[in-house]
Design a protein around this ligand. Structure first.
Ligand SMILES: *Cc1c(COP(=O)(O)O)cnc(C)c1O
Length: 378
């Protein structure tokens, strides 16, 4: 099955019994048993729900895995995966991971003696150097937010294998349409499905996919024990979103390239972060491990004052956190998504006050470019 076909025909797609071409929303918590302990595959919806199960089969297929899991948020998915580790274990992580993941590690899981080291995994040798005898996993986000740093997934898989570690990849920015980490050797791939997979700014959800049945069993056990599952209505919305994921990603890719072209020629823009640029560090790796570069662009306009003026003046870019929706979004990482990171740490990472991040939507690219043009020239 080719990639676009898979978005439509991957996993469970309809209802055998009625012929409905959309999976019904099984708004139910419990299931009648035919006799004591004798049920038809479902007994309680935390453990399993037919609508969620259909979505879970879809994400497994999209990621070329064998099992999938759906959670009430990306953070619920990440927390569940982290619970595969034991107290005293250590994990090596990409240093500019999503802020919520950073918070989970430094303010919550640290209290359970789950330790971590942040390294710039775009240099895999730095990740390898950070491995200790307690290290049990490598955790990679690629591309990252907001500087779109690229980590070589296959190389990280090699290191993981050599040291007998799990490789976990947050694939939110790339989506399963453009990048398939399990094929590159990752053990676990996860998503904030709130972003591109849902795609319409109307669901908060998380997804996980794995190859190994042993890992699948352990994750299902934790999912059922901890209970952060996705409800049937939201599971259905994600399946609906996935039907157009290919179309949206292609439209976003085309729009993004047009916007980058415009920004490159603008004298107020000092640097542009986009993996599709040949001078972006990691461009060649992105080209090799993904089929597209995605719809995120960050660019520097020189000062926080100028950046805020741009944000105030744009018409078609909605000022909001989050990303990956049909509508274009604009944000100021230093004051919004990354405000909780100390200023010196922000500076170290390269997140300047004048750095604007946009998540490109599917509007007419001409409108988006004209809008940025008027905002930058104001
Ligand atoms: C948003 C996001 C998350 C967290 O997901 P939620 O659905 O908001 O809980 C994790 N990783 C990345 C890369 C994200 O962008």
């Amino acid at each position: 099955m080719r990639r676009k076909t898979k978005m439509i025909h991957g996993g469970v797609t309809g209802d055998e019994q009625t012929g409905a071409v959309s999976v019904p929303i099984y708004q139910v918590s419990t299931y009648k048993q035919d006799s004591v302990g004798n049920h038809r595959g479902y007994e309680y919806s935390r453990t399993g729900n037919p609508t969620r199960a259909a979505l879970e089969s879809v994400i497994a297929d999209l990621e070329n895995g064998k099992a999938g899991f759906a959670f009430g948020s990306g953070m619920a998915a990440i927390s569940t995966v982290m619970m595969l580790l034991d107290s005293g274990d250590h994990i090596v992580m990409t240093d500019d991971v999503y802020g919520g993941t950073y918070r989970l590690m430094t303010k919550v899981l640290n209290r359970f003696n789950l330790n971590h080291s942040y390294v710039d995994t775009s240099y895999p040798e730095k990740a390898e150097a950070a491995i200790t005898d307690k290290t049990k996993a490598l955790y990679v986000e690629t591309p990252t937010n907001p500087l779109l740093k690229i980590t070589d997934i296959a190389k990280m898989a090699e290191i993981a294998k050599k040291h007998d570690l799990l490789l976990i990849v947050d694939n939110t920015f790339a989506t399963p349409y453009w990048q398939q980490p399990l094929d590159l050797g990752a053990d676990i791939v996860l998503h904030s499905a709130t972003k591109y997979i849902g795609g319409h700014s109307d669901v908060v959800a998380g997804l996980v996919a794995v190859h190994s049945s042993e890992l699948a069993e352990r994750i299902h056990f934790i999912q059922n024990s901890v209970g952060g599952v996705l409800g049937p209505q939201d599971s259905w919305l994600l399946m609906r979103g996935i039907k157009t994921l290919a179309l949206r990603m292609e439209a976003i890719e085309a729009n993004t390239k047009k916007i980058v072209e415009f920004l490159q020629g603008h004298d107020q823009v000092s640097s542009i972060y986009y993996p599709g640029l040949s001078d972006h560090r990691g461009h060649d790796i992105a080209l090799g491990q993904a089929q597209g570069f995605g719809g995120m662009i960050s660019f520097d306009v020189g000062s926080g004052e100028r950046a805020e003026k741009v944000l105030k003046t744009v018409k078609y870019f909605t000022l909001a956190e989050s990303l990956g929706a049909v509508e274009s979004l604009i944000s100021l990482p230093a004051k919004m998504t990354h405000a909780s990171i100390p200023a010196d740490r922000r500076a170290e990472l390269g997140i300047t006050d004048g750095l604007i991040r946009i998540s490109v939507g599917i509007e007419d690219s001409e409108d988006l470019v004209e809008d940025l043009k008027q905002a930058l020239n104001e």
